[in-house]
Design a protein around this ligand. Structure first.
Ligand code: RFL
Ligand code: PHB
Length: 393
């Protein structure tokens, strides 16, 4: 097989890149190692920045998002029994965020790609095994599909295969720098068939650890609890989960956490990671393949989107003019935004979670930080600006 852009990974980064390239008249092929049902079931992100919604709208992938997405104009911070609302549009010239699950975006993009007979091929069960000669003019992706090893010869390869993929590990060690931080806690996530007990997301800092109340729809809640890294989810009965959530969300005044049947649980370790540069020859890394943020800032999916927008623009510019200028600037352009998201995600994580060895001094600093956000319009605006997303450069 031969194509212009070989895309490894059919997550949000790979699928959106395929859509953007197809609309720019550039051939591509998407190789996804898992089957369609698995990819469409994977529970992940839920918060879309305004810029992400705009991109999906501009490429004709927002029909259901426009119908079912929930626009949120604020988030709530809870600490020491206090509740403080951060007003998003007020501090950002009118910007807000949208609650719409990553799995739904993935379903929408897959359906669009498969419905178009002229659309780029999307191969499920196609595992990339190696990228050969990434720094030559014609890199080759070796992959296994339907029990057979095959090759895809490309002009460019887009590594959109996530943190555990092969693309970032293809780059020789002496050509990269990696930056990493592991946190001494994880998130226990649950999906529950119960209407959310709040209109907007609640980020709670509690002496027993962080908790987050999010949602998927007016009838389905998504909640997270900070737990130790060695947690066995079998130790967490539904009752224990609801009791712990109720304790951590407790607030002065009238408020109750509604309980309901838990339909899924997950455990997510918290990590910050960046691999630089995001390009090696004709291999371009995008999304989680190049960087990971802890989910507290709701930035991972949004960064994957901004990477592929930048990459699609650079490939289209090359396709139209022959110039490599934008491709040459790809890594630096993305990394500027990536590091802002790393900084914000780290800040949100460290401000809201309790490390097992945290000192009383550090407890007081966290509370002072939260009090500052609650009382200073400048501090609140700084949070709001980052939460709704920095402009795409
Ligand atoms: P993905 O989604 O991991 O997709 C990579 C795809 O590549 C496939 N693959 C391969 N295919 C072929 N050959 C190989 N050798 C392959 N190896 C892997 C995989 O099967 C997969 O389909 O990466 P992508 O596209 O870069 O997307 C990134 C996002 O998934 C991720 O950043 C977000 O989910 C992070 N995240 C959040 N981001 C937000 O913006 N807002 C949020 O509210 C938010 N909440 C979250 C999150 C992530 C979480 N978890 C589970 C880590 C909440 C959680 C709990
Ligand atoms: C989610 O709804 O899954 C979600 C929302 C906000 C976050 C992380 C995850 O910061």
């Amino acid at each position: 097989m031969r194509t212009t852009v070989g895309i490894i990974g059919g997550g949000p980064a790979g699928l959106l890149l395929a859509r953007l390239l197809h609309r720019a008249g550039i051939d591509c092929v998407v190789l996804e190692s898992r089957d369609r049902a698995y990819v469409e079931r994977r529970q992940r992100a839920g918060i879309l920045e305004q810029g992400t919604v705009d991109v999906l709208r501009a490429c004709g992938a927002s029909e259901r998002l426009d119908r079912e997405g929930l626009t949120h104009h604020g988030i709530e911070l809870r600490f020491e029994g206090r509740a403080h609302r951060v007003d998003l549009p007020g501090a950002t010239g009118g910007k807000s965020v949208t609650v719409y699950a990553q799995t739904e975006i993935v379903k929408d993009l897959i359906a669009l790609q498969l419905a178009d007979p002229a659309g780029p091929p999307l191969l499920f069960g196609a595992e990339a095994l190696a990228i050969e000669k990434p720094d030559s003019a014609a890199p080759v992706v070796r992959f296994r599909h339907e029990g057979r090893e095959q090759t895809l010869t490309c002009d460019f390869v887009a590594g959109c295969d996530g943190f555990h993929g092969i693309a970032r590990r293809t780059v020789p060690a002496d050509r990269i720098r990696t930056f990493e931080r592991a946190y001494p806690y994880s998130w226990l996530g649950v999906l529950a068939d119960v209407p959310p007990s709040c209109k907007e997301l609640i980020y709670a800092r509690h002496q027993r650890g962080f908790a987050l109340h999010s949602m998927r729809s007016p009838r389905v809640s998504r909640l997270y609890l900070q737990v130790p890294n060695d947690t066995d989810t079998a130790d967490w009965s539904d009752e224990r989960i609801w009791d712990e959530l109720a304790t951590r969300f407790a607030v002065d005044g009238e408020w109750a956490l509604e309980r309901g049947p838990i339909t899924a649980t997950s455990l997510t370790p918290m990590r910050s990671f960046v691999q630089e540069p995001m390009r090696h020859g004709r291999l371009f890394l995008a999304g989680d393949a190049a960087h990971i943020v802890p989910p507290t800032g709701a930035k991972g999916l949004n960064l994957a989107v901004s990477d592929v927008v930048t990459l699609a623009r650079a490939l289209a510019h090359h396709h139209q003019t022959g110039s490599t200028e934008l491709l040459d600037g790809y890594s630096a352009t993305c990394l500027r935004r990536v590091w802002q998201a790393e900084r914000f995600s780290y800040f949100m994580t460290e401000t809201l979670h309790r490390r097992p060895d945290q000192s009383p001094f550090e407890d007081r600093l966290q509370l002072a930080q939260l009090d500052r956000i609650a009382t200073s319009p400048t501090a609140s605006a700084e949070l709001a600006e980052n939460y709704v997303g920095l402009p795409l450069s």
